[in-house]
Design a protein around this ligand. Structure first.
Ligand SMILES: Cc1cc2nc3c(=O)[nH]c(=O)nc-3n(C[C@H](O)[C@H](O)[C@H](O)COP(=O)(O)OP(=O)(O)OC[C@H]3O[C@@H](n4cnc5c(N)ncnc54)[C@H](O)[C@@H]3O)c2cc1C
Length: 414
């Protein structure tokens, strides 16, 4: 990694946003195509990213740091890809396998249990604290000579030319690239500068997250409980802890963050009940306002969207980062050995590979959010089956990918 301020530098690919999706893409690109010259532009300084990681509720930036105190559920297919990309070898020991999931509706129908064994799997997925991914990627990327870092910095202007994008940074540096990948999260500014239009739908809800210590073992069981106020998810973590994602009305989130530790623990115990056991204490809390944002295009001239900049979802089904992993896989596939990474065939292939999957997941997630209070048994069954399918589905169906590409390239390479 070169911490320089190169003015007038040209790169094959510039990645705007060095969060979970952007950093992972940089690592994958440099592993698959080490000859590529890459630049990564990250708005927050590395010091700030780590201090917000310790204490996210004191974060001053409009978007929380990507590698904060969140934990994410990774579907089986995502874990396979992280393994293929040489990361799971380090991360696996820090993750917790999901052996079973209890899905329930407070006040309705009882519960549904999804177990790994009924799907002939060792685990339904894995739960990972994102800071582990952050520090691993940081270490890996710092050893890359072909990566230039611009941090803290951000894009102030994008001027398209036929064969490249000219990019002006806040620091005054002027860069150009064959391809600009925008991975700046849901509130991306560069997405707007590059001319993408975005539809958004505010759920008027916030997710409050915290890690909860337990009085007993969780047996690798996750819970998703649909209440009249919104879903509550508990994901098992190492050391008798749960990662809590508590969806509440937007106006209620600040009050929950203001409670002291014992008060917060009592509040979640009351809201969730005792099915997951007794919560003994709660760690650092943070809140995320929840809005569905979907750009109307995936690619434009020499620009591609990736991660939350492409699909900013409600966390109810734990799909955002799983989708981002599939975005990266598709971009690697589309790039293959292309000499010009921003050429029309590359961008068209990426778009073709991603369109249906993103549409399907957005539809399902949105239906879950809007239908959580639906009293129909059929809706509850469909929801539970859908959640299982989301966790277990293959990242990109091989035949579909081959068909979309219209050629027989070895998909397994990526
Ligand atoms: C409570 C919660 C629980 C979740 N649980 C799950 C789960 O279980 N499973 C799952 O798959 N997903 C989950 N997600 C979704 C997951 O967190 C996101 O999909 C993931 O963070 C997307 O990463 P990203 O890099 O695209 O965006 P972000 O994480 O938002 O990162 C964007 C990065 O870009 C930087 N940036 C912003 N603007 C600029 C700019 N103008 N210039 C340069 N840099 C900029 C930011 O500083 C940041 O580093 C959850 C999300 C939430 C909120």
């Amino acid at each position: 990694m070169t911490q320089i301020n190169q003015s007038q530098a040209h790169f094959d690919i510039i990645i705007a946003g060095g969060g979970m999706a952007g950093s992972l893409l940089a690592w994958c690109l440099l592993s698959a195509r080490p000859e590529l010259r890459l630049a990564l532009i990250e708005r927050q300084s590395s010091d700030k990213q780590s201090s917000e990681r310790q204490n996210p509720e004191q974060a001053q930036s409009p978007q929380p740091a990507s590698f904060d105190s969140r934990s994410i559920a990774l579907a089986a297919g995502s874990v396979s890809l992280l393994q293929r990309w040489g990361l799971w070898q380090d991360l696996g020991a820090k993750a917790s396998p999901l052996k079973q999931i209890w899905v329930s509706d407070r006040g309705h129908f009882g519960k549904t249990q999804l177990t790994a064994s009924e799907y002939q799997q060792a685990a339904l997925g894995q739960v990972l604290e994102v800071e582990h991914l952050g520090s691993l990627l940081n270490t890996k990327l710092s050893a890359q000579p072909n990566l230039s870092y611009f941090q803290p910095d951000f894009i102030t202007a994008i001027t398209p030319a036929i064969d490249q994008q000219h990019i002006q940074l806040n620091s005054g540096a002027e860069l150009s690239a064959n391809l600009l990948v925008i991975a700046e999260g849901g509130l991306s500014q560069s997405r707007q500068l590059a001319g993408f239009s975005v539809s958004s739908d505010d759920y008027q809800q916030s997710a409050v997250i915290a890690n909860l210590a337990l009085a007993q073992d969780h047996n690798n069981t996750a819970f998703e409980r649909f209440t009249e106020h919104g879903p509550i998810a508990l994901l098992p973590l190492s050391g008798q802890r749960y990662s809590l994602v508590w969806t509440v009305a937007r106006d209620d989130a600040a009050g929950l963050l203001a409670l002291d530790g014992p008060e917060f623990t009592a509040a979640i115990q009351q809201a969730f009940g005792y099915r997951a056991g007794v919560f003994t204490s709660a760690g650092v809390r943070a809140q995320y306002p929840l809005t569905l944002r979907r750009p109307n295009e995936i690619v434009r001239h020499r620009s591609a969207l990736l991660g939350n900049s492409l699909h900013n979802l409600h966390p109810i089904a734990g799909q955002g980062f799983n989708l981002a992993i599939r975005d990266i896989q598709a971009l690697l596939l589309a790039l293959n050995d292309a000499n010009d990474p921003g050429s029309y065939p590359v961008l068209r292939t990426y778009q073709q590979l991603r369109a249906q999957d993103i549409k399907r997941v957005i539809w399902f997630t949105d239906a879950l959010v809007r239908g959580f209070s639906n009293n129909s048994r059929l809706v509850a069954l469909a929801r539970n089956a859908g959640l299982a399918a989301m966790l277990l589905c293959d990242p990109l169906k091989r035949p579909l990918a081959m068909q979309a590409m219209g050629q027989g390239q070895p998909y397994a390479k990526y």
